[in-house]
Ligand binder design. Structure first.
Ligand code: MN
Length: 235
């Protein structure tokens, strides 16, 4: 069987005024997909009506980390600590998620990705953990991206538990998090402070998993998460 093609989302933006806009993606995502046996196909923001065409030409969709999601998508006003938003990237990735759900294309969603997945299908977000949940653990670690800084517990019987086990330590580089979980999804990973760290589609007919940490920077069970995704994408 030919290697599954995985569409990987990227951002397109200027780093400062006067710079040309550039497509950006951490290469760790490409490496993780390659190690799992997939072929990376990078998909930066384009017109949302291209979503179905892109999904027809791949086997799986990987939503990557990045900027904050515009709270207008879940009917909220911007909070004071909301970070940079990227309207074109929001529109594109939300269109991809909705088209992926319709076609049952397997989805793995990382960091911003879990937030996009949740918002695209009717959920909402905490816009800034530090100001809205002052008692929470530190979720914006200052240490290396590959360092595991807080524990996560997985819901027994979930897809994530099947891959990750009952509990794991993960890295954490986010200031937003899932608040209300989208209909049809379940929160299947949580940190000890009650933050949602993973969601998944509750029925067997679609493999859609979101994680708030960065498995592409880790090994062990986290590499197994990419393997499971690529295997499912390959049918
Ligand atoms: Mn975290």
């Amino acid at each position: 069987m030919p290697a599954p093609i995985i569409a990987i989302t990227a951002t397109s933006r200027r780093e400062s005024d006067g710079d040309p806009a550039r497509v950006r993606l951490n290469a760790a995502y490409i490496d993780a997909v390659s190690r799992a046996g997939g072929v990376a196909m990078i998909t930066p923001p384009v017109a949302p009506n291209a979503a179905t065409a892109v999904l027809r030409s791949c086997h799986g969709l990987l939503l990557t980390g990045g900027e904050d999601v515009d709270p207008a998508w879940y009917g909220a006003e911007p909070a004071p600590r909301l970070g940079r938003v990227t309207p074109e990237r929001d529109r594109w990735e939300i269109a991809l998620v909705r088209a992926a759900q319709e076609r049952r294309v397997p989805v793995l969603a990382v960091c911003r990705g879990i937030q996009v997945l949740n918002v695209a299908l009717g959920g909402s977000l905490i816009q800034d953990i530090g100001s809205e949940r002052p008692d929470a653990l530190v979720h914006e670690q200052q240490s290396e991206r590959s360092e595991r800084t807080h524990p996560v517990r997985f819901h027994p019987g979930s897809r994530l538990a099947g891959i990750m086990g009952g509990e794991a330590n993960v890295n954490s580089m986010h200031h937003q998090a899932v608040e209300r979980v989208a209909p049809g999804f379940a929160a299947t990973a949580t940190s000890p402070d009650g933050m949602v760290e993973g969601i998944e589609w509750s029925i067997d007919d679609w493999w859609a998993v979101g994680v708030q940490w960065h498995p592409e920077e880790l090994d062990g069970a986290d590499a197994a998460l990419f393997s499971a995704f690529v295997r499912i994408a390959g049918g």
